[in-house]
Design a binder for this molecule. Sequence first.
Ligand code: EPU
Length: 441
Amino acid sequence: MSEPASNHVLYVEGGRPLHGRIGISGSKNASLAIMAGSILTEEPVVLRNVPGIADTALMREILEVLGSTAEDSGSGGLRLQAKSISSTVPASLARRMRASIVLLGALLARTGEAKLPRPGGDEIGARRVEQHVRGLREMGAKIVEGPDDFLAQTPGRLRGARIVLDLPTVTGTENLVMAATLAEGRTEIFNAAREPHVQDLCRFLQSMGAQIYGAGTDVIVVEGVDRLSGTEHRVIPDYLEAGTFAIAVAATGGDVVLEEAPHADLTQVLLKLEHAGATVEVLADAIRVSREPDRALDAVDMVTWVHPGFPTDLQAQYMALMTQARGETVIWEPLFENRFQQVPELTRMGAQIEVRGRDVLVSGPAALYANAVTVPDIRSGAALVIAALVAHGETELRGAWHIDRGYQDLGGKLSQLGAAVVRSGADGTRSEPRPPLGARE
Ligand code: EPU
């Protein structure tokens, strides 16, 4: 992995269709869970295709503080080894990333104890973790919840349990699966999350010797084993990065091949784009997305849903696209209560969007104009970049570090496709696009 980008302002000049081909990087959310899972064994774990983004760099730092060794092993490669591991996750680091919560199940299984701060991350909703806690308690863990942290302990091994999740939480499922791999007996998780990154975590754990059945369905069964071994694993390509680029091309017009884009994970997204007026072609190991710039976009309503539904992590980007569509689009976000943070900034660029509780009404097409906007979270940042790509003039995106948390060199990849994107540092110096961070394999 490479160092994450440190520049903080992105300037995007709109009005250029995107053309060419780019490679899709490894999945952020799969990498974070899998890196946490590496502590389930004392043996080395070699990962490939880990994206060079700020969140994976932060997870690596947390693992190193806990006692893991971490070495780069070539492009996107990372070798982790947790010969011995501490059970206290440093608050200063963990609070910077909500995904640090995925260490809870792995630490508890490995050391019998876990002390973690309450997770931070995007302010996109209440983001409770009571499902994680209840499931682990059902497996025998004693968990004391303080105002700022959790202390989880288990006197002996965790034991298998039959757990019903009230909602299919992604990191909750990941925590319970990791805890169950080394538990005594069988764990059944009902209403489990099915997202591609949950499936990839399960494949990774299976390659370490875990007995996991049903990944990708809503019932996951884990037969606990005594130990897990080291392994090598290639992280899946990021369907959310691929979806973001597909939406960007639909918005700007043009013709782009997204190499390694996992089309099967994006079925509903790609269908929406086709209904809106883009052309999508599934190639052998790629997706091609195109739209003639003079082909108008049509409004197509959308509801976010758990996988295989339309991902909440692409909702903001889709909203930016719909500002360019003819008619009124209703976008409903039932999964998170505060995931319309892009709306005020899009509105400042000229978008016509009315927030009505958990849904919004987008009226289009609206002419967008460059403005100085502030990025509130990773996916809203991607949405503002898409809006900037279609806007008249040069948009200034402040707080672009949010984008660096989840996208490997978004600016560089867009420049490769013909967009005009430059970065500047905290001192205001503008720089040419950086070369791709931590190149893919
Ligand atoms: N929820 C509860 N109680 C729980 C757990 C979740 O009420 O115990 C609620 C949450 O408050 C939220 C909903 O359930 O309203 C869904 O939350 P979930 O737990 O599934 O989300 P997560 O595991 O915290 C992961 C991704 C997010 C992605 C969501 C939904 C990682 C590291 N994060 O978060 O990714 O939005 O699943 O798919 O995998 C992103 O990549 O930008 C991002 C935010």
